[in-house]
Design a protein around this ligand. Structure first.
Ligand SMILES: Nc1ncnc2c1ncn2[C@@H]1O[C@H](COP(=O)(O)OP(=O)(O)OP(=O)(O)O)[C@@H](O)[C@H]1O
Ligand SMILES: [Mg+2]
Length: 592
């Protein structure tokens, strides 16, 4: 995680130091050593990602690296702005304004060097600090998740009648004789496995196919194990089978399926290339054989065949309420005085069965009183994320961990928007670009930043992390949104990393959740003229890199309020990047 946020800052600085070398001529020695140090710190973060977790010393060091990186970013930005200003000055003024940023830069270089000393110490004791060890934490988390999610409880299942009917029809359609791969796609916890299980157990399906097999694929699959699992379902396995080579196993499976009408469910597929490794095992005898895949990633579906994937919808409000009742009251009826409150809580799960099930589990163990339940109103996602027993955040965390690094910051950033906000794609893209998250330097396709950002947005949509709210007439994304549980997860991770914070009350601007000012601040409040005039007397301004202000009352003095409360202008002029139909003000400190 830290690697995504701090690594980004470090890389940006390294690039800056390389490409703007001219500006740093006066402090060449310091810059060189700063550059070397940043490089080593970046390598350390990359190396230790997911390892040595929980080791106090490693965590302390990561904190120091974060601090040093942020400090370096500030100093370099200020230094560059000063150099540019200085160049524009007349000679006399230049002498008069001999600036002391070189001293500050020197100080940062010293600080990073001392952090580096500690890194060297950690490397010297790699094994003690667990840097070389594999991340068992992730593996164990993955395994326990697998187990938990295999507990698909059919008697508690709600809805899915239409989805089941449509898919059973598609799977058994006699007119389509060619072997076909059908995929169910949707975000984590949406019920893909549950639906696939329902279909797998459907009597019509059992009757229609000669052979049925179910395999759990997950991230860390081994093709050999998958083939053995399928062979076991098909009932053809012996001691000899285990001695076979991978190639022999593939041929055996193929031979077993030859001439038969088979149905194989491959649950929880992550890697699109998975199909290329296994497709040869499945003969096409034009007898209506089918493969059903579940995945969070659309690319898995498109790589496996031309049939458009089935995009699983969210539960409707009634089904969510039914499910919450089942889980919270375990078969008992909901008392009438709790119904309207309960419906409200179910609604706040926004149709995600995982949220409903976890919330139901929490409520089942609490007092069934109006007072207890009302504590949950408005905070449901936070309860879900913080619940240690069910750890729904682990399930969604997996999606984040699978993201390529370039997409991680863009995804985390989506949490700056208010809950249920319909985000104009154009705005989001411009903000990513303004924040410097989009890199075209290594892109050979000659795309500009906006094109690359559009492509990133599509990638996040294809990974079921962002939902399309509306499309333009040319098919591009017009507006999008993020599910509340994912949004709160983004905010939680961003607070840990001091990446950004969200405030819903402009009155407590200064109190940070972990005692320091974040790099970015998103204020989601109706800042009316009264609060503007009362807080504009403050002369103790807060320094942030970006300020996002979501307000329904955008007045001429909102800008004045922002500039009084925030020292965004210490580098140079404020840059008003977006002013969106008077709802969003986005201000970013700029370098030149
Ligand atoms: N229609 C439903 N009725 C009752 N419970 C459901 C329903 N859909 C999902 N659930 C429950 O929600 C949880 C998440 O569902 P499931 O594991 O099927 O999601 P998934 O989409 O396969 O997630 P992942 O992408 O993590 O594999 C499970 O506990 C499951 O029992
Ligand atoms: Mg699943």
């Amino acid at each position: 995680m830290t690697y995504a946020v701090v690594g980004f800052v470090l890389e940006k600085l390294e690039n800056l130091l390389i490409h703007e070398a001219d500006l740093f001529r006066r402090v060449e020695g310091d810059v060189k050593s700063l550059q070397d140090d940043l490089h080593i710190m970046n390598a350390f973060l990359k190396d230790s990602e997911g390892k040595g977790e929980g080791q106090e010393m490693v965590e302390v060091l990561i904190n120091l690296i974060r601090e040093a990186a942020f400090e370096a970013e500030d100093v370099i930005n200020t230094y560059m702005a000063q150099v540019i200003k200085q160049r524009r000055r007349e000679l006399l003024m230049k002498l008069f304004h001999g600036f002391d940023q070189a001293v500050v830069l020197h100080h940062v270089a010293e600080k990073t060097q001392s952090v580096n000393g500690r890194i060297e110490n950690i490397y010297a004791n790699k094994t003690t600090f667990g840097i070389e060890a594999q991340s068992h934490v992730d593996k164990e988390a993955g395994q326990s998740l697998q187990q938990r999610r295999r507990n698909v409880e059919e008697e508690d299942m709600v809805g899915f009648e239409d989805d089941t009917a449509k898919l059973v029809h598609q799977l058994t359609d006699q007119r389509r004789s060619q072997r076909d791969v059908i995929s169910i796609i949707g975000m984590g916890g949406l019920g893909k496995t549950t639906l696939a299980r329902k279909i797998y157990n459907n009597t019509h399906i059992k009757y229609h196919f000669d052979h049925c097999a179910w395999v759990n694929v997950s991230q860390e699959y081994k093709t050999r194990m998958l083939i053995l699992d399928i062979l076991q379902c098909v009932g053809q396995i012996s001691d000899e089978t285990y001695k076979m080579s991978d190639e022999q196993l593939k041929v055996t499976l193929r031979d077993n399926l030859k001439g038969k009408r088979y149905f194989v469910v491959m649950d929880d597929v992550w890697k699109p290339q998975f199909w290329d490794e296994i497709r040869a095992c499945f003969p096409n005898d034009s007898n209506g054989s089918r493969i059903l895949i579940t995945s969070r990633e659309k690319e898995v579906a498109s790589n496996a065949g031309p049939t458009p994937p089935y995009l699983l919808p969210f539960l409707d409000e009634e089904a969510s309420w039914q499910l919450l009742c089942k889980k919270a009251f375990r078969g008992e009826k909901c008392p009438s005085n709790l119904e309207s409150l309960g419906r409200k809580l179910a609604e706040s799960c926004k149709g995600l069965p995982l949220s409903v099930v976890v919330l139901g589990g929490i409520l089942a163990n609490k007092e069934k009183t109006h007072q207890t339940w009302s504590n949950f109103v408005g905070n449901v996602n936070w309860f879900l994320i913080d619940d240690d027993k069910t750890r729904s955040s682990d399930i969604l965390d997996l999606s984040y961990k699978q993201l390529p690094r370039k997409l991680r910051l863009c995804f985390l950033y989506v949490g700056v928007f208010p809950e249920d906000y319909v985000i104009p794609a154009r705005t989001l893209i411009q903000m990513w670009v303004a924040e410097g998250f989009i890199s075209v330097q290594n892109d050979s396709r000659k795309m500009d930043e906006i094109d690359v950002a559009e492509y990133y947005l599509e990638e996040l949509i294809d990974r079921s992390l962002i939902q399309v709210a509306s499309r333009r007439s040319d098919g591009g994304v017009k507006t999008c949104r993020i599910h509340g549980l994912l949004r709160d997860l983004c905010i939680k991770m961003s607070i840990q990393e001091k990446f950004y914070e969200v405030r819903v009350n402009s009155a407590d601007l200064r109190c940070s959740s972990n005692g320091s000012i974040p790099r970015r601040l998103s204020i989601q409040d109706s800042i009316d003229s009264e609060s503007i005039s009362s807080s504009s007397t403050s002369n103790n301004s807060i320094s942030v890199g970006s300020l996002l202000l979501f307000t329904s009352y955008f007045r001429y003095n909102t800008l004045e309020w922002a500039s009084k409360n925030f020292s965004l202008s210490d580098c140079c002029l404020l840059r008003l990047v977006i002013h969106l139909i008077i709802r969003l003000l986005f201000l970013r400190k700029c370098d030149s």
